[in-house]
Structures are given as structure tokens and as C-alpha cells.
Design a protein around this ligand. Structure first.
Ligand SMILES: [Zn+2]
Length: 153
């Protein structure tokens, strides 16, 4: 029996597409209150020569552009990996309602570890956070990607 693809499945598809472009495989999807996908993106730091071109930032920019507004109130963001501090900040600035993420990121994560952006009183908007969604799939993608990179060296 096939199950209906979830928003995290779409984020994983974006992560896979990123890996095929030689980018770190992370994907993000932004969903409106009615469940419609407003934007989706994968990492493009290499392609754009832009260290800020993380999947979450690109998806937020695309969603705001599509909606003609600077905030994404009542929107949810799905991302395959725990956001870094920069993206956690951008998610807060965008007023994202819920953040769903897959694998935790002990090296660069900024939500549950490291900077813990949302734990600071300076953070004016804290999204509801749900972690561990399809975490194993996301981890496998990252492991395969970095193993193949090491193979190239
Ligand atoms: Zn990031």
C-alpha cells in the first residue's frame, strides 16, 4: 500500500536534488495554513557562491516573494536537518508558526544545541518545534553524500 507523500517527503526530495547538484543535501518546504505548499528549496551555496543560500533561507525568500509579504505568519516550515543559527534566526524573523525538522545536527545545529536560538529572551518569536521527522532518511542522505565526497578526495 502506498501512503500519501508528506511535506517531509517533499523536503527530502529537495535534499536529494541538492545532492545531485553537489550541494549538501538539505531540503525545505513552506506550507500555508490550508496545507498548500508555498515554496520549496534545497541548498544552493555552491551554485550561487552564497554562504547564506541554505534551503530554509531560500524557501523563506521564495515564499515571501510569492506572497508579496515580509512575514509568513500561520505558515509552517519543514526541513530535513536541524536549522543552523542563521536559519533559526530567519525562521523567527519570518514569524513561522511551526518548525518541523528531521535529523539533529550536532555539528552546526542551532535549535536544540549550540546557539539554541529560541531559548534566548532576545528571540521575539519562537515557533513551535517538532523534531525527528523522517530523521533516519535525512541522516542517510547526509552520510551517503559525505562518504562520496571523502571518496573523491
Ligand atoms: Zn542554515
Amino acid at each position: 500500500m502506498t501512503r500519501k507523500p508528506t511535506h517531509m517527503d517533499r523536503a527530502l526530495a529537495q535534499a536529494r536534488a541538492a545532492a545531485e547538484r553537489g550541494e549538501v543535501p538539505v531540503g525545505a518546504v513552506i506550507v500555508a495554513r490550508d496545507g498548500a505548499v508555498v515554496a520549496e528549496a534545497g541548498n544552493r551555496t555552491r551554485e550561487l557562491n552564497d554562504p547564506t543560500a541554505h534551503a530554509e533561507v531560500l524557501a523563506i525568500r521564495a515564499a515571501c516573494d510569492a506572497l508579496g509579504q515580509e512575514r509568513l505568519v500561520d505558515h509552517d516550515l519543514y526541513v530535513t536537518l536541524e536549522p543552523c543559527p542563521m536559519c533559526a534566526g530567519a525562521i523567527s524573523f519570518a514569524r513561522i508558526r511551526r518548525l518541523y525538522y528531521g535529523a539533529s545536527d550536532p555539528k552546526s545545529g542551532g535549535v536544540a544545541q549550540g546557539a539554541r536560538v529560541y531559548a534566548h529572551p532576545q528571540c521575539h518569536h519562537v515557533p513551535e518545534v517538532y523534531d525527528g521527522l523522517a530523521a533516519a532518511d535525512s541522516e542517510d542522505l547526509l552520510k551517503t553524500f559525505f562518504a562520496s565526497k571523502r571518496g573523491e578526495a
